[in-house]
Write a protein that binds this ligand. Structure first.
Ligand code: ATP
Length: 399
């Protein structure tokens, strides 16, 4: 169901006639369909991941806007949780909306479990969507919000409500069954929205910034619950987020999107260890440089060389954390570090219980040091410093 149903929704009664596709609008629910082979709504009991089919998502999403082009390939097996991560304007939401059928594809394809989705109207696709602001039907109770999808799929009112009650119990919300959305907290609304999407037994679950509307404390709790529900979900889940922590905790695989393209893809730990763009390096808190390796030396594109422990040849990245940098006010004659560069403090800011110094000069970098060390070095914007890094603290890998 899409939010076009919202106007028709009344006490979990299905709308009269098929709702119009809601291209390009912020919509709320999940598309679902009856199982024609059985002539009834598929069971909505959560399945263990043992019932996987060899299908899943196979998408090539091409969307042309006036000033923007999205062109990404996305594949996922049932049971996979994929996070689309990227900076503002990268195209994450466009990708999610294209997957939901709310934005038409300019080119490419969209297949789910072997079926061409672009030939199915959005409201009939087996796709569940949890939007950032949940878009619960305000005049329906929590129970009827969840029952709405199964009801649209043809289940009787009693069966839909029974299923919804099960989902409420799974979400720990039984006592809020009769509450209207305005009486639910952010975390409770998020769980109702998730249950509403899951109650239609979607083969593709889409989550748009699922935790963004929550305060920090609720977020922690809901993130852990969502992780559990996603781990139990038997089909493909795709979530969009700005937040690297959400992506790393919730997803098995990350696809980093920048400027409409997938720039890096992999497991959270692989991406955290081997960032390939400045955006990812910043997200995971590493200094990252590109250059040309020859043995233990990587000659950087921006000038200086870095000595590493790895032996490589050809195009390479070198990364090291800000905590690996030691600063000196005088040239570090006694230091055993193989790498030292003459820099200048561009800025200082508090970073947890440390001071993060942004340095410019021979090598632009971020360095972390204690408040005491910053005071002893008399660091201030414009102060000249020497930055050193041991070869053992760097990590080089092929570009
Ligand atoms: N309806 C639209 N018409 C024209 N251009 C659009 C439309 N929606 C988005 N865009 C443009 O497409 C690009 C990608 O936007 P999109 O919202 O997909 O990015 P995003 O990665 O989700 O960003 P954010 O994290 O800020 O939500 C942006 O340049 C945006 O201005």
């Amino acid at each position: 169901m899409t939010n076009t149903h919202a106007a028709a929704a009344d006490g979990a009664e299905p709308p009269q006639g098929p709702p119009a596709p809601n291209h390009e609008s912020g919509t709320g629910g999940a598309g679902g369909k009856t199982n024609p082979a059985e002539g009834r709504v598929p069971t909505t009991h959560p399945h263990p991941k043992t019932h996987r089919t060899p299908d899943g998502l196979d998408a090539h999403l091409v969307v042309n806007r006036t000033t923007f082009r999205l062109d990404i390939k996305l594949t996922a097996a049932p049971g996979d949780v994929v996070a689309l991560l990227g900076p503002n304007g990268a195209g994450k939401t466009t990708a999610l909306r294209a997957l939901a059928g709310l934005v038409p594809l300019t080119a490419g394809h969209l297949r789910l479990d072997g079926a061409e989705l672009d030939r199915t109207p959005p409201e009939s696709r087996p796709v569940g969507v949890v939007f950032q602001d949940y878009l619960l039907f305000p005049h329906l109770t929590a129970l009827d919000n969840i029952a709405f999808g199964p009801r649209c799929q043809g289940a009787t009112k009693a069966a839909s409500r029974a299923q919804a009650a099960e989902w409420l119990a799974r979400m720990g919300l039984t006592e809020h069954a009769t509450a209207k959305p305005r009486h639910l907290s952010g975390g409770q609304s998020q769980r109702v929205a998730l249950a509403r999407a899951l109650a239609t037994s979607p083969r593709l679950l889409l989550l748009d910034e699922p935790l963004a509307a929550l305060d920090a404390r609720t977020r922690l709790e809901v993130r852990a619950q969502l992780r559990r529900h996603l781990a139990e979900f038997e089909a493909v889940a795709v979530l969009v987020t700005h937040d690297p922590l959400d992506a790393m905790v919730l997803a098995d695989r990350l696809v980093v999107i920048e400027d409409g393209r997938a720039v890096q893809e992999g497991t959270p730990s692989d991406i955290a260890r081997h960032p390939r763009t400045d955006y990812i390096a910043q997200l995971v808190g590493l200094n990252l440089y590109k250059g040309h390796a020859d043995g233990h030396t990587v000659r950087l594109d921006i000038g200086p060389a870095i000595t590493t422990t790895e032996i490589l040849s050809g195009p390479a990245f070198v990364a090291f954390p800000p905590s690996a940098v030691t600063l000196f006010r005088d040239p570090p004659t006694g230091s055993s570090a193989r790498n030292h560069w003459r820099c200048e403090v561009a800025g200082l800011e508090t970073h947890g219980d440390q001071i993060r110094a942004d340095l410019t000069g021979e090598l632009p970098l971020a360095a972390d040091l204690t408040t005491v060390a910053a005071a002893e070095l008399d660091l201030h914007p414009g102060a000249p410093v020497w930055a050193t890094v041991k070869a053992t603290q760097t990590h080089a890998y092929p570009a």
